[in-house]
Ligand binder design. Structure first.
Ligand code: ADP
Ligand code: MG
Length: 716
């Protein structure tokens, strides 16, 4: 601690304790902030402590060493900087339109500076004739441009920021109202850094710092808020991104190692008669190479004596169910039970039917347990499961109710994993006194960077191949003024004996309107297709009613199914060859891809038709283009990550990990992530417990970062 420390209150903090103390100091004690503003910062930006503020990083920087001339302002411009003088002030308008307008010139032209608020203050503060630096975003207004609520510095003030790179912090309306704009936040950072003597304790150990040649923490923090130069800023960003990702990886890898060490796996080393008989006599087709590879991977895991935690990724239609069945047979061959949990009743029923169909007359006892299993049936099933008289249990959430107890559960399979919360998954662990092997199956491809971060300790298997004979779905984008042609096309397909899905978006905020669209669509379709049967399913229907309608479509009794996204997951109707997605612009990429996967399951050419309005933002247009261009789920997932960032991706929301990255982005920092992971791995290999003195810093940091969180990774 430098002797000039201006810490408010007794100065008892030793340098190595700063970080902990910064974490404990409430922001309202920061000079110049006060309780009211501190409350706004907490509510609007989630900032509570000094440390939170320090980690509130700018989202962009603008080069303020560069000046524009007023004459060169044209079109739609970003923030610019001008140097000149105010000629005159004028107050115009009444009531809400009342505003202060300053005529500003730099000798090359004129521009208006406008204030709607703080009029008296601005008039008082700025003088005509004096030279100022004006900063803001020019907007075209009639024949001239104006800048509303500009940042104004007098030339001598501006000297402080002469180096140019000015940070921009995210602010909300409410923050601005409380006079917490980007500028004030930068001032707060200044105050805070001054308070702690511009000295921030290092989080990396000397060996990591030496090896990676990253900027020291102090220098990185200084430069992220007050860049000395563009190069320094870059190095600071790299350091802080690395820091963020490195500790996550260290945590994940350490937990994984710990788990592997501590948890004994049930040994399922025998490949016995059930597996072999099924494989040779009942399997209706040859496995794809990818399926074979994955089955081998699972077999190795089950026999290893370590508990399996495997994520099975495979695009829709790639044949995950069969892999699941083969794995369950392995468990049964070793005298264990197996269960498979699906997110919806329809899916559970379908899995049950599929499994029964595959197994034929094999001597394997399979039970179906869902929310609508009748009491009498339950009373028969539950004791059988508890007594080990049932081999395979297929079901929904009903499986994790407390009343369900297994005699010896060896393998738990979870289909469409992202629909389940972590907590629900964890309950599967408590089913029979021993931790079962876990296989999580998902059709939502997870980009590598995300998988490494979210499921860093899961082993990943990949079915990257579709069964032979599938024709790729042809995807078309049509504007919604071409409905007639669309209906004609659908009629042609139905005449050939095929079925059609029509999906409408359903978003909570616009639920009413969405239902109206769906219901109107239903009327239109009935009118346009009087010769065919149209049915409809949506989230407001009772489960039984929904099931009934679905069944009619599955059996082919109805030809057209209108639905909200309830059909998104897993339904298998091979005869359906067209998927029409209404208001496609309102769906995310992975959702569109999931929906498209509902068709193309039979041998026929299938189509996915994305219907959108004409007005599309650039990003939306890109999304639809990607859909038209590729059927590859991984390409789509990567594109999704790039376009939207990881926060919105399905899987992250419910993952329970709350991936709250402050500076790194999984979309664009994949390389840094890989680097951080490699370094973390090397360190843990040499020092698994981080127990050497050299790694004390790392150990402490991990503790502060993760000890207050429930350790989800132990159970996911
Ligand atoms: P998903 O991975 O989407 O769960 P499914 O397991 O439902 O895919 O399989 C899709 C369809 O492909 C099913 O009808 C299944 O019987 C069939 N299938 C699976 N594996 C093969 C294979 N190796 N050869 C031919 N058809 C297969
Ligand atoms: Mg499936």
């Amino acid at each position: 601690m430098p002797s000039t420390c201006s810490w408010p209150g007794p100065c008892f903090i030793k340098p190595c304790q700063y970080m902990i103390e910064l974490d404990k100091r409430a922001l309202m004690y920061l000079p110049g902030l006060g309780p009211k503003k501190a409350e706004v910062l907490q509510k609007e930006a989630g900032l509570v402590s000094f440390l939170d503020l320090l980690y509130y990083f700018p989202y962009k920087y603008i080069d303020r060493s560069r000046f524009y001339t007023i004459a060169s302002i044209a079109g739609d411009m970003a923030y610019i900087q001008l140097k000149g003088r105010i000629l005159s002030f004028e107050t115009l308008g009444e009531g809400r339109a009342r505003r202060l307008v300053a005529r500003f010139t730099d000798g090359t032209g004129m521009i208006d500076l406008v204030w709607f608020k703080g009029i008296a203050y601005a008039k008082e503060k700025y003088q005509t004739g004096k030279e100022y630096i004006v900063f803001g975003k020019p907007t075209e207004f009639g024949r001239t441009y104006n800048i509303a609520h500009p940042d104004i510095d007098s030339i001598d003030q501006a000297g402080q920021v002469a180096n140019g790179l000015t940070p921009f912090y995210n602010t909300t309306e409410k923050m601005k109202k409380a006079f917490l704009n980007s500028r004030t936040i930068q001032n707060l950072q200044y105050t805070l850094l001054n308070l702690i003597g511009w000295d921030i304790p290092e989080t990396l150990s000397p060996d990591v710092l030496g090896r990676t040649r990253m900027l020291p923490m102090t220098e990185a923090m200084r430069n992220i808020h007050f860049p000395e130069s563009a190069e320094k800023l870059k190095a600071a960003q790299l350091r802080l991104k690395f820091d963020e990702l490195f500790f996550i990886q260290l945590h994940i890898l350490q937990t994984a190692a710990y788990r592997k060490l501590r948890l004994k796996g049930l040994v399922c080393a025998t490949v016995g008669s059930h597996f072999n008989t099924f494989y040779s006599d009942y399997l209706p087709f040859e496995l794809t190479e990818a399926q074979k590879r994955v089955v081998r991977e699972i077999r190795a895991d089950l026999g290893s004596g370590r508990q399996m935690n495997r994520l099975l990724q495979g695009d829709v239609g790639s044949g995950k169910t069969l892999v699941a069945l083969l794995s369950m047979l392995l468990a049964i061959d070793n005298n264990y039970q197996a269960c498979m949990m699906a997110p919806t009743e329809i899916l559970a029923n379908q899995h049950y039917a599929t499994v029964m169909n595959f197994l034929g007359d094999m001597d394997i006892r399979v039970a179906l347990l869902t929310g609508s299993t009748k009491k009498k049936e339950r009373d028969r099933l539950l004791p059988a499961i508890a007594a080990g008289e049932t081999d395979i249990v297929i079901g929904t959430h009903a499986l994790i109710e407390e009343t369900v107890v297994f005699s010896s559960l060896g393998l738990a399979i979870i289909d469409e994993q992202h629909r389940f919360g972590v907590e629900q998954r964890s309950r599967l662990w408590q089913k029979s006194g021993q931790v079962p092997h876990v296989l999580v199956m998902t059709a939502t491809p997870i980009p590598r960077t995300l998988a490494m971060t979210l499921y860093g300790d899961l082993d990943v298997s990949l079915i990257d191949q579709l069964p032979p004979g599938r024709k790729p779905v042809l995807t078309l984008h049509r504007y919604d003024n071409k409905k007639k042609e669309l209906y004609e096309f659908l009629r042609k397909e139905i005449r050939l004996g095929r079925q059609v899905y029509v999906v409408y978006p359903m978003i909570e905020e616009s639920e009413k309107l969405d239902y109206k669209n769906l219901e109107e669509g239903f009327e239109v379709f009935k009118e346009v297709f009087p010769e065919y049967k149209v049915c409809m399913v949506h989230g407001r229907m009772k489960a039984a009613e929904k099931e009934g309608e679905m069944r009619k479509f599955i059996s082919g009794e109805t030809q057209i199914l209108l639905a909200t996204t309830v059909i998104e997951v897993g339904v298998n109707v091979p005869n359906a060859s067209v998927m029409v997605i209404e208001s496609a612009e309102r769906f995310g990429l992975s959702q569109l891809h999931q929906l498209r996967g509902r068709v193309g399951r039979g041998g026929e050419q299938s189509y996915c038709i994305l219907v959108s309005s004409y007005k599309l933002s650039n990003e939306t247009r890109k999304r639809l283009e990607i859909m038209v261009q590729t059927n590859n789920g991984f390409e789509i997932a990567e594109a999704d990550l790039r376009l939207r960032g990881h926060g919105d991706l399905e899987g992250t929301r419910q993952s329970g990990i709350g991936l709250d990255l402050k500076i790194a982005s999984l979309g664009s920092d994949g390389q840094i992530l890989q680097y951080a992971r490699d370094i973390a791995h090397e360190i843990l290999t040499a020092d698994p417990e981080l127990s050497t003195p050299a790694h004390q810093t790392l150990r402490n940091r991990l503790k502060t970062l993760f000890s207050h969180k429930i350790n989800w990774r132990m159970i996911s």
